[in-house]
Write a new protein. Structure first.
Length: 427
């Protein structure tokens, strides 16, 4: 390790003091009883599941020092299979930062090829890319800033259209990073922008559709996760309760106005699943709602990018009931997953497709895909992108995989758009 890397490691190590003594574990429940035991421990032990636990599938959970003994005791008593994921979370986060910093010097800037995919980009670079793209391709791209975030940052998205949305083309909406720590979701959306206007190999997608692409729904949270607290998930609002300054933020994907706060949420403002004081309490979710309402009769496909888990999920997630569009939702989901698999050169898990509550054995209300579906959008999905390194270690996907994951995700979006066009009729 050269002197520069030692210096960088020292700097980023100091950044993660909050995580002193934290550990993370793989847990693998073998039946529903064990799965429910894990979920019942979430609030008791302040557990942070980085991935969704399901029967016979290992998930990653982060445990704070005061709760590790109690947590491990119950795992042993209930005979729940588990093993260490990261022995020292603080050190691992410093190493993850080092991975980013080591290849960063000249790549965190915009060049002739647009935004780079060798690394995770700070918010400022992402926004510069949106601005530059809108200026360079002003005949087809419009940048919109409908509001500022709670902390005053602009929330920006691009409208991509050959006629500025004047015709009756179906609209496709893709958003990302409502959960601040899910960094890999952002390049998946900026790559979609790249393929629509910079490196066009599927011209029918712009001929036949209008697009709305919102790479960072939660700019405050992303900025905070990027600069300060890597595992931060929520928004950064402080006006939702009396403890706002101590426990800021709301889980944006529990804040939409459909079956709000009825399942998979928390009334504890310090919880990562806190649903807010009311539906749409957050300006970030209100921005998305405004977009949906503006184009509701034209939206053929809505995708919200999340990580991680290699899954394509669809409604209804709040109670697991079957949507009237279940057959087409599943069929299109399977086709998108197949295209992702065909595109991929990496050995990530094969994408699973299904009703989110059934696939995860877990109900969650107030999510954007359920809400959008409730408004009448026929095809609404949550993509859970790959989120860890191929060996399952660390808390980010190694930057060297960003471009391939973005390419693979775009392959799924392409087939999803074309299938949506076949079934959608504007009313």
């Amino acid at each position: 390790m050269n002197v520069l890397l030692v210096f960088l490691f020292t700097l980023v190590g100091a950044k993660h003091e909050l995580y002193e003594g934290w550990k993370s574990f793989f847990v693998k429940p073998s039946n529903l009883e064990q799965l429910n035991t894990l979920r019942n421990m979430v609030h008791k032990f302040e557990l942070d599941f980085i991935s969704h636990p399901t029967v016979h599938t290992a998930a990653v959970v982060v445990v704070k020092p005061p709760h590790q003994h109690g947590f491990l005791t119950i795992l042993a008593e209930e005979d729940i299979e588990h093993w260490i994921h990261v022995e020292d979370v603080k050190a691992q986060l410093a190493f993850d930062d080092q991975l980013i910093e080591a290849q960063d010097t000249m790549k965190r800037s915009i060049g002739t090829e647009g935004i780079t995919y060798e690394n995770y980009q700070p918010l400022e670079v992402i926004y510069e890319y949106l601005e530059t793209t809108a200026q360079k391709y002003n005949e087809t791209v419009t940048i919109v800033t409908p509001a500022n975030s709670f902390e005053g940052r602009p929330i920006k998205y691009l409208k991509v259209s050959k006629d500025n949305f004047r015709s009756n083309k179906p609209v496709i909406i893709i958003d990302a990073c409502i959960h601040a720590r899910e960094w890999i979701t952002i390049p998946a959306v900026t790559y979609a922008i790249h393929k629509l206007v910079e490196n066009v190999t599927e011209p029918d997608l712009l001929e036949n559709f209008d697009w709305i692409l919102l790479p960072v729904v939660n700019p405050d949270g992303y900025k905070y996760s990027y600069d300060v607290e890597r595992l931060w998930r929520k928004t950064r609002s402080t006006d939702q309760h009396v403890l706002g300054s101590i426990c800021p933020g709301v889980d944006g994907n529990r804040n939409y106005n459909f079956s709000w706060n009825s399942a998979g949420t928390s009334k504890n403002p310090c919880s990562d699943q806190f649903a807010g004081s009311k539906p749409f309490s957050e300006i970030e979710t209100r921005v998305v709602d405004g977009i949906l309402k503006e184009y509701i009769h034209k939206i053929a496909l809505y995708i919200s990018m999340h990580s991680f888990g290699s899954m394509i999920l669809y409604p209804w997630g709040h109670d697991g009931t079957i949507s009237k569009q279940e057959s087409i939702l599943h069929d299109v989901g399977i086709k998108m997953a197949a295209e992702i698999l065909k595109s991929s050169t990496l050995q990530f898990p094969k994408y699973k497709v299904g009703n989110s509550a059934m696939l995860l054995d877990y109900t969650a209300s107030g999510a954007s895909d359920d809400y959008t579906h409730s408004l009448g959008v026929p095809l609404t999905y949550t993509f859970e992108l790959p989120g860890f390194d191929l060996d399952g270690s660390g808390f980010i996907l190694n930057p060297k995989y960003i471009k391939q994951v973005s390419i693979d995700t775009w392959a799924g979006v392409v087939i999803g758009a074309r299938e949506a066009g076949k079934i959608f009729t504007i009313t």
